[in-house]
Ligand binder design. Sequence first.
Ligand SMILES: [Fe+2]
Ligand SMILES: [Fe+2]
Length: 162
Amino acid sequence: MKLSAKLLKALNKQINMELASGYLYRSMSHDMKNLALNGYAKWLDKQYEEEREHAFKIISYVEDRDGVVDFDSVEGVKKHYDKPLDAAKDSLAHEEKVSASIRDLFKLAREEGDIETEVFLQWFITEQIEEEVNARDNVAGFEKAKDCEGLLFMFDAHLGGR
Ligand SMILES: [Fe+2]
Ligand SMILES: [Fe+2]
């Protein structure tokens, strides 16, 4: 069965969103490096790699289903971060948006009667639970460390172990 035009368009949109996520995390990692938060920077670099993998997974899937991927322009990052807590909060908000988008994609696959895409998307639904937990943990960690340089140093070192 061929992917429906609607579903193909939505999968293309998701590919773009994953690439934009990677772009956002790499930019955040750059800002953290400039704040000498090398642990969080490393954590964000790993996240960049993950987002790239997410995009690749969907690209390969579309290829397997004989669909065409449109490599659209990726949205730029408009913001610089001078506090890790702000980056962590924006990451959480971003991942919540991604989860909502995956959920919509899943519902669309169901509407279109595309069982294969439903099964494919299950991995992403589980992955988003992990992404939100990680993002929430980072907000909590930087929240605790926001008034204490020593705690910040420790939490940053902890993140560097990812
Ligand atoms: Fe992702
Ligand atoms: Fe992940």
